[in-house]
Design a binder for this molecule. Structure first.
Ligand code: TXA
Ligand code: MG
Length: 364
């Protein structure tokens, strides 16, 4: 299969191109398209054959359910088989506050959605994305789109069209390319079918903003594992998710100056033996590790999590593509997008963290 890339304007997508992509969707084909978080691989969420093609293209296990994307709040009826009035109050409050945007709600599933979308669960994850291309495509298709991130299973989510091509060339017919994704990490997933609501995945909407809108307790926990072999509440919670090809060494430490001095030493040692070392570094420490011999992706100033989120996945893929044999990164503290960033790094590192601190500078 030949994969065609169509360039579309991110703000004002060409209607002819959107109609062409919508025709492919209506014919049961999967189409990669941009959202504000990451690129998705969309298919008609009401057609089990079309949905099956998403799993095949991604090599995604059938027990990992998909998010259903809608373009207007009224489409909630198609997906859940219910009116807004019959959905949990937390769902109405959260959708009102954060849709369109990087928030996914887990809701009761309606009969129109086939079982392979939800991996047999009786709940369905729903999101109303903000990206004009995503919304135009869903509207033109006239059906909700089941869409996971447009990468091969287990690799990092693609934040630009060339990363989609890298993973799915020859496996899908069409990619809509609208440039890089403005958020850069996936949506926050909140299960509102349970009381209190539970954050299943940290993402583009900070947890404290969810709590402020729910106006009550919200369950959340950093660094959760889930078993690989059943439809867990959020199978994206596998600790081997988002892995780059290079080995990722992930560091943590309370004192950034000491942490980055230590990383700089490690870079110098590895570089001296001829190893190609890639580093994801905050702007403050980027020149130091570059001088020590690393290929560096600047994640923006310490504390600027919006910039770090936008650059994280592209940074991991870019360093991989540039031939890095090991990639070094570090946790940054804080709320906001902090938990989401730490979550992605932690999973990319297979759950291994090296803590730098104490009197002698390093320990694990
Ligand atoms: O930002 C995003 O959410 C992107 C864009 C394309 O919208 N999508 C995305 O999809 O990240 P994906 O498939 O890579 O991750 C979806 C996650 C999976 O971990 C899946 O297990 C979880 O959503 N999920 C889907 N349906 C669920 C359900 N009924 N209950 C709990 N978790 C669910
Ligand atoms: Mg994914």
């Amino acid at each position: 299969m030949e994969t065609i890339i169509l360039w579309v304007d991110a703000e004002q997508p060409d209607e002819v191109l959107i109609v062409r992509a919508a025709q492919a969707i209506r014919a049961g084909q999967p189409v990669a398209f941009p959202t504000e978080t990451v690129y998705g691989l969309g298919a008609d969420a009401t057609n089990p054959v079309a949905v099956g093609r998403i799993f095949a293209a991604k090599d995604r296990p059938a027990n990992d359910p998909l998010i259903v994307h809608i373009a207007a709040p009224e489409q909630i009826t198609v997906v859940t088989g219910r009116d807004w009035d019959d959905l949990p109050a937390a769902a109405r409050a959260l959708a009102g506050a954060f849709w369109p945007g990087p928030l996914t709600l887990v809701l009761p599933k309606g009969p129109v959605i086939p079982a392979n979308v939800t991996a047999g669960l009786n709940t369905v994850a729903v999101r109303l994305p903000a990206h004009p291309v995503a919304r135009a495509l869903i509207t033109a298709a006239g059906v909700p789109l089941a869409a996971p991130s447009a990468n091969r299973f287990g690799t990092t989510s693609p934040t630009a069209a060339h990363f989609v091509l890298e993973d799915l060339q020859g496996r899908i017919p069409l990619i809509l390319d609208a440039g890089p994704c403005p958020v850069g990490i996936e949506s926050t997933i909140v299960d509102v079918t349970v009381t209190p609501p539970r954050i299943l995945r940290f993402g583009g909407v900070p947890a404290e903003q969810i709590e402020a809108v729910v106006r009550g307790p919200v369950e959340r926990q950093e660094r959760q594992h889930a078993a690989a072999n059943h439809a867990a509440p959020a199978p994206g919670m596998l600790s081997s998710h988002y892995a780059p090809r290079a080995a990722l060494l992930l560091f943590d430490g309370a004192d950034p100056a000491r942490l980055w001095a230590h990383i700089r030493e490690i870079v110098a040692e590895r570089a001296a033996t001829g190893t190609h070392v890639g580093v994801l570094a905050p702007s403050e420490y980027a020149p130091g590790v570059r001088d020590a011999g690393a290929l560096v992706v600047d994640l923006g100033p310490l504390g600027d999590d919006t910039t770090a989120a936008r650059r994280l996945f592209a940074g991991l893929r870019g360093l991989d593509d540039a031939g890095a044999e090991i990639i070094i990164a570090a946790f940054a503290p804080g709320d906001g997008l902090g938990p989401a960033l730490r979550d992605r790094l932690w999973r990319a590192a297979g759950g291994q963290v090296i803590t730098v601190g104490g009197a002698d500078g390093a320990s694990s």
